[in-house]
Design a protein around this ligand. Sequence first.
Ligand SMILES: [Fe+2]
Ligand SMILES: [Fe+2]
Length: 200
Amino acid sequence: MDPSAAQTPAPQDPASPPPVPTPAVSQPAEDDARAFAAVEKHHAGMLKRLDALVSALTHAVQAHDTVAEHDAHEVLVEWCETELVPHALAEEGPLYGGAGGTPEGRLLVAGMLSEHQVIVGLVERLRAAHGVEAAVAAGAIGQIFALHLQKENGLLMPFIMDSPGLSLADAVAGLHELVGEAHVHGLHDRTVPDVPPANG
Ligand SMILES: [Fe+2]
Ligand SMILES: [Fe+2]
């Protein structure tokens, strides 16, 4: 056998195209995963802050400490007005709109929108309330928000990520109220340091 024959590459079959390398994870899927992590982290920070503010108000009411109650009430109402309600409103744009426009997501989004309305109503009640009534309203906001977040993290966002026509990354891109300081599209995140949300 001629030894040089073994080193000659086999002629390529002109009928078969060269193999195309397939990435393990597509860029849109990576962007969606980044968006999911950003919103989930923002949610966790919000819940932690809300729990602390509700707890401060409840303890002040229990202790009949009117000065501490006044301060805790003021801080909680302000946080609801500047963080909680704007977060809900921002979600009602592309995030809820995209999923709500699909037959499969319509009912879930309708239910979540009604929870937003309940939360906004409780914030109004909290604003005018004092003492035990304020503590009850604050506790209800904390409980309903926690349940609502479970649905957003565990049902709504996974549904959007699994829906071929929807993009979680596009739905939350640029919405500081949803993703905090994170950037959810591609290269930006590799140059921007990960900053914790300002609200803790
Ligand atoms: Fe929400
Ligand atoms: Fe949310």
